[in-house]
Design a protein around this ligand. Sequence first.
Ligand code: ADP
Ligand code: MG
Length: 702
Amino acid sequence: MEKGLINTSIEYIKGVGPKRAELIAQELGIYTYGDLLVYFPFRYIDRSQFQTIQSLNNQMPYVQVKARLKQLQEVGGGRSKRLTGYFSDGSGMLEVVWFKGVQWVKDKLVLNKEYILFGKPSLFNNKINLAHPEIETPESFKKAGYAGIQPVYNVTEKLRKKYVTPRVLAKVTYQLIQKIEGNVSETLPDYLIKQLKLMPFGQALKNIHHPENFRMLERAQKRMKFEEFFHIQLKNLYLRARRKENYQGFIFANVGEAFNTFYKDKLPFELTGAQKKVIKEIRADLKVGKQMNRLLQGDVGSGKTMVALMAMLIAQDNGYQSAIMAPTEILATQHFNSLNEFLEGLPVKVELLTGSTKQAKRNEIDEGLMDGTIHILIGTHALLEDRVRFKNLGLVVIDEQHRFGVAQRAKMWQKNTLPPHVLVMTATPIPRSLTMTLYGDMDYSVIDELPPGRKPVKTYHLTDRNRLKLFGFIRKEIAKGQQIYIVYPLIEESQKLDLKDLMDGYESIVREFPLPDYRVSIVHGKMKPADKEYEMNRFVRGETQIMVATTVIEVGVNVPKASVMVIENAERFGLSQLHQLRGRVGRGADQSYCLLVTKSKLSKEADKRIGTMTETTDGFRVAEVDLEIRGPGDMDGTRQSGIDTLKIADIVRDEGVLNLARRTAEQVIHKDPSLERKENAPLKNIIRDKRKSKKIAWSDIL
Ligand code: ADP
Ligand code: MG
């Protein structure tokens, strides 16, 4: 469509005018033709069917009849004045009542004329009647443009009051569709429309507002959904192709001593098939001289750290340093300890850098990084600081990536002459549909297999009333030599209250489990890092049996003897958090338990979350339900993805269309990575100008 037409004010559409235009702009943000065209109906009413008066009953949600006005009767006076009309269609007589606007109706209606009545039937004095139906003449009905299927648009209260009803908007869009007919240009190349049997764009636009029939509506919706998904996917893949073209990367050609010695002599277990597969994928990336940008997903406990370690050993074999960045100090420390354990006796030097690293140690680390004696640096956000410089950084691993922003990740890119390879690991898996959309510009690996011999964690739902039983169970497990986590929520907005809950809980636990038989640790975000670490370490070493904590222990922490995870106020946690917490147990050989304690009355959503947790331990399944409940807009990292601009497509419901869009975008980019071929000219528009915002500017593509 020409720019001029898109940007024309809606004021010029018949039935709008300057006053209404201003109101609509204020209330709905619709200014132009372009804006209005992408203001899609949220539902449709079938007005293609007429019922006979005889067939009506008050169970019908709404009815439409075509009947002649036989008689008008005014009853009562003053405030209780009402008007009854008697309509006949040959099959029977229908009573229609008006309590308001009586005079207006009287003036308008003509005896013996045929009308189309649309409304909700109700039963009165044992007779079906319609109160205040929508009423049209057959001619006005046709002109209104919803003689078949009537679109229903969202309007605000204020619009309604000023008589800009969904019906009025339906008339307005009908006018607009007539106006632009023939002026809408196709957004996709011909060959794609043919190949995918898609409805042409102009026709889809028309049918989404004023469908010819329900089959056409379905095809129009599919076309529009495809449009939205395809734009995101095409952009993702185009960006990926551009990056591969533009960003040279270090070449790690060899697998040498560090890797091989570790593999032969130190690896404490057999790698799972999935781990081997992913290591292969990473090795392939590292050889080709392009920067790796790979997302690694795997359920909690699937062994992502080992994969990262082996990639870092490859870096070392090629003369490069590596860094792992973790979101919390506890987690960084844990990585540091476990890597040191794995690497014991090997000539690989690992250091830890966090906010609480002492000055003297910092200086030593600075030096070791610059002269290359440190091979692997583990740390928190502290790694991002400018003073952290490497001799030759070749690989950056980002653990639990959702805690880091894009800018922070980019900061690590600048720490060498070429950007280092990047391996990003997620805390909790997310469904493939979301991955494609959020991280579709990255390469993707998945560990879809847990190490053998793990017993699934048994998950139970308890309420406050089961507390004595719970304490008894904890006692029994401790007697067996197990350790227990008890976790309390800590949500930003109510930190004070939460902290009080935690401290109250801690006190009651200490009373219930007194010294000298029991020792209880406590960790929360308000403690000094050193105190936190001290307490955490006592628990890790088995000196305390119970750890009372907030979600600071959520990510990554590994204590094999901890086999019971009690989550207090579990209804207040999100699903992925619950799953993360559960992942803290079940890491050793013993049967583990996750006990979700809630109040007895739960909201529907909380009930679904708790139910899902007790039904499955599969992180991918948990993630799917999470996505269903929350919708993609609320999931981590959706802001910058374009998901929040989706108007009609739904990542959960429309997964089929999403997959089609992804496959199609893959084919297109595979054949024509820079979209230079003539037949792909329309696609250039999708990419052009929008690289920065990543947003779909719908009105630009008309
Ligand atoms: P996550 O993927 O959640 O980060 P980790 O890397 O912390 O998981 O691994 C969880 C535990 O499983 C660790 O104790 C790790 O040593 C162990 N592990 C990893 N891979 C294997 C394997 N192939 N066989 C047995 N244990 C493994
Ligand atoms: Mg981990």
